[in-house]
Design a protein around this ligand. Structure first.
Ligand code: 5AD
Ligand code: SF4
Length: 453
């Protein structure tokens, strides 16, 4: 069957930048290429076909992509390759944004595709293999939700399940709505049948994905129905359920209540605050106040006192004063997060914030950033102390990359947990199982303990 495809005997490698949605798209790409007879490999020198799934949310990822693709010119094709030259493709958000321009800047690039046409990738690559020419396809929007593509999952026991694509929120700093398009919700039946197939295949954890999962269904039913999705997925019998990302303006009491009532919903929530200053939140077009955000936190903790909260914070948004920053610092302090992803504002051409003048010196912003990081680390350490001495069920991922004698896995609160591999077992045999670990030590970024059997 596979011998007739231009991919027979080839190898491929996917390099992924950015968010979980990109990681999931990369799994779909791997699934399609494996189905066509190409073999996944772990490094670029071994790969006949290299695909970059790109991110343009911040400038650093942009610069890195251009640098990496440029340096590929110097990596020779493996001797056994059936191809005459390595095929290089760039997709995802930079592909969508830059299209043809990428080929002008990087002439050895063969294929460019956007965020709406993953399904076209095999034919674009096939054409490039056949004629060694450039093939670019970037569509303005998705015709339908790409549900039928196969996936090759990184872990057999964990699956990402997209429920929406795109975003309608237009936060003023953010490029995502321009490169991912308008929000589209997937049909509930589709979502549930994919979840059921995962449960039947032994998957233990499903993470529902969307730029703003809380507005799921607004385009289909005229009102958000995310709480219904949670009910339906819980009813499939999945062991662990998570979701990302939530927008505070759309997080309803009903969804908060699900944390208390649904068996499978894990006690962890990523709720990006971005800032604690109402002036900056307004300039960001976030459409909530810090008081509203704190009220959500109060309700979440009332529903599940021990819930682990994480957030995203942008430091140095144009016009941010020391007083604005102090309000962000105070909000972070008040909430007491398990984890905070801190970003320095990065100007993205084409977004409204890019035209807001700002003369705050770089050192001032860096100093704010450093102070926030200190607080975040201190808080993460404090939060984790609450679990010292407790026994927590850990979904085992395998052996730790840093120390092969240790298992690594995730607690319900999404903390990384390490424990020595019990005698008579192996990391491979325990991967994908849930083991109880008695926590002896709680550090800033992980817990460690012993498996109790
Ligand atoms: N600059 C810095 N951080 C940004 N993010 C999005 N756009 C920008 C930008 N222009 C951050 C937000 C978002 C996370 C995924 O990335 O905090 O929640
Ligand atoms: Fe970007 Fe805001 Fe949409 Fe998130 S909600 S993807 S930050 S525009």
């Amino acid at each position: 069957m596979t011998t007739s495809t231009p991919f027979f005997g080839t190898t491929f490698h996917v390099v992924t930048f950015g968010c979980q949605m990109n990681k999931h798209d990369s799994e779909r790409i791997s699934g399609m290429l494996e189905g066509l007879g190409s073999l996944p490999v772990n490094s670029i020198p071994e790969a006949d076909i290299v695909i970059y799934m790109t991110c343009c949310v911040r400038e650093a990822a942009d610069v890195r992509l251009y640098g990496q693709v440029a340096s590929l010119k110097n990596v020779p094709l493996r001797k056994e390759s059936p191809l005459t030259k390595r095929i290089v493709a760039v997709g995802g958000c930079i592909g969508q944004r830059d299209g043809e321009k990428l080929i002008q800047k990087l002439p050895h690039l063969d294929v460019v595709f956007g965020t709406h046409n993953l399904v076209s990738l095999p034919s674009l690559l096939g054409e490039a293999i056949a004629d060694c020419g450039h093939h670019v396809e970037v569509l303005d929007s998705a015709n339908s939700f790409p549900t039928e593509l196969p996936t090759s999952r990184e872990h057999a026991w964990a699956a990402w399940l997209p429920i929406t694509i795109g975003c309608n929120n237009f936060c003023t700093y953010c490029i995502v709505p321009y490169v991912r398009g308008r929000e589209k919700s997937r049909a509930m039946d589709d979502i549930v049948s994919e979840a059921r197939s995962y449960v039947a295949a032994g998957v233990k954890e499903i993470t529902l994905l969307g730029q703003n999962v809380n507005s799921y269904g607004r385009d289909l039913y005229g009102e958000p129905r995310f709480a219904d999705v949670l009910d339906a997925i819980d009813a499939t019998g999945i062991e662990r359920l998570r979701f990302a990302t939530s927008h505070p303006k759309d997080l309803t009491d009903e969804v908060i209540g699900k944390f208390a009532t649904l068996r499978s919903l894990m006690p962890a929530l990523h709720l990006p605050a971005q800032s604690g200053s109402d002036k900056i939140l307004e300039a960001m077009n976030r459409r909530y106040t810090s008081a509203h955000y704190l009220e959500l936190v109060r309700k979440l903790r009332k529903a599940v006192p021990d819930i682990a909260l994480s957030t995203d914070i942008i430091v140095g948004f144009p016009g941010e004063t020391e007083d604005d920053f102090q309000q962000t610092y105070d909000l972070v302090k008040q909430v007491g997060y398990h984890q905070v992803f801190t970003f320095i504002y990065s100007k993205r051409e084409g977004t409204p914030a890019a035209s807001i003048p700002d003369d705050t010196p770089r050192e001032v912003i860096q100093d704010r950033f450093d102070r926030l990081v200190d607080l975040v680390q201190h808080q993460a350490f404090e939060r984790n102390q609450a679990d010292a001495g407790r026994t927590v069920p850990v979904l085992v991922e395998g052996a730790s990359r840093r120390d092969a004698r240790l298992l690594v896995g995730k607690s319900p609160k999404n903390q990384t947990v390490h424990a020595p591999i019990p005698q008579g077992t192996s990391a491979e045999s325990l991967a994908g199982s849930i083991q109880n670990v008695r926590v002896d030590q709680a550090k800033t970024w992980y817990l460690s303990g012993q498996v109790v059997r």
